[in-house]
Ligand binder design. Structure first.
Ligand code: AGP
Length: 608
């Protein structure tokens, strides 16, 4: 995933672009570059390394005067991070420059074709093919040239394009990769995401697939790939500016961990009306809900982990079979999607390529798809048949926390809605669940208050080599997420295991002092998990247990215990994950890791 920013207007473009790119570094940051039209020609500066390198190279943009330009911060897909592979890419005469987020899937045959026509490539990227194709098709009309290129390329793209022969214009194109445009009285903007231009305008327009935008200092015009002009609706962004800033926390991740009481409340409250749960966006009657025979949940990473939790919750509460798939596996296993099945895709960004592909595969097979998505107007949100937004606000840290928690409560509400519609959750149980749901934010707040205790414990493990997480049932799902949180930001090897499975091999890795985090929030499984704790302790493990207040036996079994408040057995993930998020965060901070931008990762993986 990469970040794109463009500007055209009556201000110097380079500083605006650099500032916008800084807000998008979470989208990828292994190299960066800019192309600015200086009145005569397009000037390009680009380099491997963080955006800071480009800022220094261009003296904050001063070395690149001009009133229109495009910029890019990269997360490498084709071609390792290098100066040559950095964007923008350009045609032989340097009169056309392009920045790209996405992947051109047929770039190899196109590259060969262009080489046969005499073009020389300076990079290993798929994007450079676009620059030469634009050159090949440009006969004086940029829209025409762009449209012809779009008919040739396959894959995903958000593009910013400059034509030196059209100095007062800037072009943007979108297919599958996110792109927005906006305007204020200083000019017009393009960006991959809202934070890049929020400082200049709250009114943005989401560019849809295969739409071309021509921007001038005075305004924007939209065209289809058939070069027909269309009109588009703008939306107003409600986020306040500091929502995309750190708000006084050291890292976005800690800020977002602490936002969870609010974001869980924001996700729950609008859907509770008169003691009932109303999910208008579901667009399904109770009768249709009763007709559902199987649910397929498909997602990636942490979103997948919420799906694993939902399987336990829905199957226990609602008695509907639930299958959970990692999105990158789903469509390649030729899934059996029968009549009466419902597909639920879960995605914070709404742009994850594997999850989007699973959505499309499901729709192609006649399935109704519900999206549980955090980013309004994202591709998954717009292509799903219905979308249940998680109102977690912009999540900047690469490691998800608040969106994960919002996804959990969205799934609980879906389960409750289904159970009630199908008559398997009676009024009394429903009322209890609703009360427990509403209590979660204050209980999360309470757990956040244990930060210092968790930080102290975490500091003991900054030097750890291996850390294992074990649990049964929902506790296994919690372990999956606890392990991912730790390893993706601290780079410590970690694995999550169904507690009963550990002894079938992996227990051989337990050595003296190995930390094992045992999650035990399901009363009917306490004894079983305690047996597993005994097993690993016998091999030298140090066991930190995460259990529910009142489970006194755990004091004797484990070496260190963190208690979470009482809630019903279905919702414990929402509480147990809080200490695990803090544990992972403080271990990573203790190791001096770049918590918000872990190496090799990006906030949304918009390539397969
Ligand atoms: C979570 O901390 C990771 N950053 C990653 O696993 C993420 O959950 C996954 O890439 C899915 O992203 P999405 O929710 O935006 O689709």
């Amino acid at each position: 995933m990469c970040g794109i920013v463009g500007y055209i207007g009556n201000e110097q473009a380079a500083p605006i672009i650099l500032e916008g790119l800084a807000k998008l570094e979470y989208r990828g940051y292994d190299s960066a570059g800019m192309a600015i039209f200086d009145g005569q020609k397009i000037q390009i500066k680009k380099s491997v390394g963080r955006l800071k390198v480009l800022e220094n190279l261009t003296h904050g943009g001063e070395m690149m005067p001009g009133f229109s330009g495009i910029g890019h911060t990269r997360w490498a897909t084709h071609g390792a991070p290098s100066d040559a592979n950095s964007h923008p890419h350009y045609n032989p005469s340097g009169t056309i420059a392009v920045v790209h987020n996405g992947i051109i899937e047929n770039y190899i045959p196109l590259r060969n074709k262009m080489i046969s026509k005499g073009y020389e490539f300076k990079s290993e990227t798929d994007t450079e093919v676009l620059a030469h194709l634009l050159d090949y098709y440009y006969k004086g009309n940029p829209i025409e040239a762009i449209a012809k290129v779009l008919h040739r390329v396959e894959g995903s793209y958000a593009l910013g394009i400059l034509f030196a022969q059209h100095p007062g214009q800037l072009f943007a194109v979108r297919k599958d990769s996110p792109l927005i445009v906006g305007q204020n009285d200083a000019g017009c903007f393009i960006a991959s995401d809202v934070p890049a231009i929020l400082k200049y305008t709250r009114t943005v327009t989401y560019v849809d697939n295969q739409e071309i935008v021509r921007l001038t200092p005075e305004g924007m015009r939209f065209f289809t790939v058939d070069e027909e002009e269309i009109s588009k609706e703008a939306v107003t962004i409600e986020w306040d500016a500091d929502a995309a800033e750190k708000g006084g926390y050291e890292h976005f991740m800690l800020k977002e961990i602490y936002e969870q009481p609010k974001t869980v409340t924001d996700t729950i409250s609008p859907r509770i009306k008169d003691g009932d749960i109303v999910i208008e966006e579901l667009k399904m009657s109770d009768e249709e809900l009763r007709g559902i025979k199987r649910i397929h949940i498909v997602a990636c990473g942490s979103a997948y982990h919420t799906g694993v939790t939902a399987k336990y919750v829905i199957e226990k509460l609602v008695r509907i079979p639930v299958e959970v798939d990692v999105a990158s596996e789903f469509r390649y296993r030729d899934p059996i999607l029968e009549e009466g099945s419902m597909v639920v895709v879960i995605s914070q960004s709404g742009e994850t390529a594997d999850t989007l592909a699973a959505l499309r595969e499901s729709k192609a097979r006649g399935m109704k798809v519900l999206g549980i998505v955090n980013v309004v107007g994202s591709t998954i949100a717009r292509e799903a048949d219905s979308v249940m937004y998680t109102w977690a606000g912009p999540e900047i840290s690469v490691a998800t926390t608040k969106a994960y928690s919002a996804q959990l409560v969205a799934l609980y509400m879906l389960a409750m809605k289904l159970g009630k519609a199908r008559g398997v959750i009676d009024e009394e149980l429903f009322a209890t669940l609703l009360a427990d749901l509403r209590r979660l934010p204050e209980q999360i707040e309470f757990l956040l208050g244990q930060k210092t205790k968790i930080q102290r414990f975490a500091n003991r493990y900054v030097g750890a080599k291996d850390i294992f997480f074990i649990g049964r049932g929902i506790d296994y799902a919690i372990s999956l997420e606890g392990s991912l949180k730790l390893k993706e930001i601290s780079y410590i090897h970690s694995e999550a295991y169904a507690a009963g499975e550990l002894k079938h091999g992996t227990i051989s890795l337990i050595e003296d002092g190995t930390l094992v985090v045992a999650v035990s929030t399901q009363p009917e499984l306490f004894q079983k998990t305690i047996s597993n704790i005994v097993e690993v302790k016998a091999r030298g493990a140090f066991v930190m247990a995460l259990t529910t207040t009142g489970n006194k036996e755990m004091d004797k079994a484990a070496d260190y215990v963190i208690y979470i408040p009482q809630t019903n057995n279905y919702f414990t993930n929402s509480l147990a994950i809080i200490p695990l998020q803090l544990f992972g965060y403080y271990v990573a901070v203790g190791r001096g890791c770049d918590v918000d931008k872990p190496r090799n990762l990006a906030k949304s993986v918009t390539v397969e």
